[in-house]
Design a protein around this ligand. Structure first.
Ligand code: FES
Length: 167
């Protein structure tokens, strides 16, 4: 991976996290902001992964066990999906206008998997997010944690094929 790509991945990651941080700041980093912060994380990442949940626990000074408890109690929240690889398609306004739905249709046609589902071989989970904070890259998709942008349906399908081929 080139230095430039690494920087871009780090920057995109920061953007997603900074959206969660903004929510916590708006609530004065009070523990009662937990549900709001989890909502924000799910919208930015597409699901709740361990790392953002740990950072929320630290940011709001709430025990991780409680963060995890709340995340698993409400059906609205999705914990890290069971697929070995994840593909999160942003369906926020900018990405929607630029073709997010076509990406999802193409993924479904090729891999027979809809948002919120995992392929029967458990290799791929597909999710949607509300905004990664990278609207300039619309339509944006996060493949195994790495943001890719300005994707055409065929390119998204190729990226998934490469991803599921890798270990
Ligand atoms: S709407 Fe997709 S990244 Fe903002």
């Amino acid at each position: 991976m080139s230095e430039q790509t690494k920087t871009s991945v780090a920057t995109q990651e920061d953007k997603r996290w900074s959206m969660v941080e903004t929510t916590m700041r708006r609530h004065g980093f009070q523990p009662r902001a937990l549900i709001e912060a989890l909502h924000s994380a799910q919208e930015a990442y597409g699901f709740l992964d361990t790392e953002p949940m740990r950072k929320i626990s630290k940011g709001l000074k709430v025990p991780y066990s409680r963060v995890y408890g709340v995340a698993t109690f409400y059906h609205y929240f999705t914990l890290k999906p069971q697929g070995k690889h994840t593909c999160v398609v942003c369906t926020g306004t900018a990405c929607y206008i630029k073709g997010a739905q076509q990406l999802l249709n193409s993924i479904d046609e090729n891999f027979k998997v809809k948002p919120g589902e995992t392929t029967p071989d458990n290799k791929l989970s597909v999710l949607t997010a509300r905004c990664f904070g990278s609207c300039g890259l619309a339509p944006a998709v996060v493949f195994d944690g790495k943001v890719a942008g300005k994707l055409k349906p065929g390119e998204a399908v190729e990226k998934i094929k490469e991803m599921v081929k890798s270990k």
